[in-house]
Design a protein around this ligand. Structure first.
Ligand code: FES
Length: 122
């Protein structure tokens, strides 16, 4: 069974192959949602984006982004800066192997890719 490590919470759980990351996190008592979105979220329908997590390792061991997830992430540009590949919606992510996950990732306002000078050597 794949192991999912929640890095902030320092908790490791085992889940069945193909398990939904959001459901498994909730079962394990992990708080995916920041602030009031704990109560105000789309309940795993891929609409609100509040279940966003960063896959810190094992990105190859989770399901690829589907159209719906790509579309929702496209509407959250500040959240995805610097995490274009590894920011995922937990509710639309299936666990296929070992991975580690950061919940409630901070906005990357000072993202190295966003505020970088266009010509750093000049
Ligand atoms: S719970 Fe709303 S997008 Fe995942």
């Amino acid at each position: 069974m794949p192991k999912v490590t929640f890095v902030k919470e320092k908790k490791e759980i085992e889940v069945p192959v193909g398990a939904n990351l959001r459901q498994e996190a909730i079962k394990a008592g992990i708080e995916l949602y920041p602030g009031l979105s704990k109560y105000l979220n789309c309940r795993g329908n891929g609409l609100c984006g509040t279940c966003a997590v960063v896959i810190k390792s094992g990105l190859e061991n989770v399901s690829p982004k589907g159209f719906r997830e790509k579309l929702k992430l496209f509407t959250m540009p500040f959240a995805t800066i610097g995490h274009e590949d590894d920011l995922r919606l937990a509710c639309l992510t299936q666990v296929l192997g070992d991975c580690s996950v950061e919940t409630q990732p901070a906005f990357n306002w000072a993202g190295e890719n966003f505020w970088q000078k266009p010509y750093p050597n000049k």
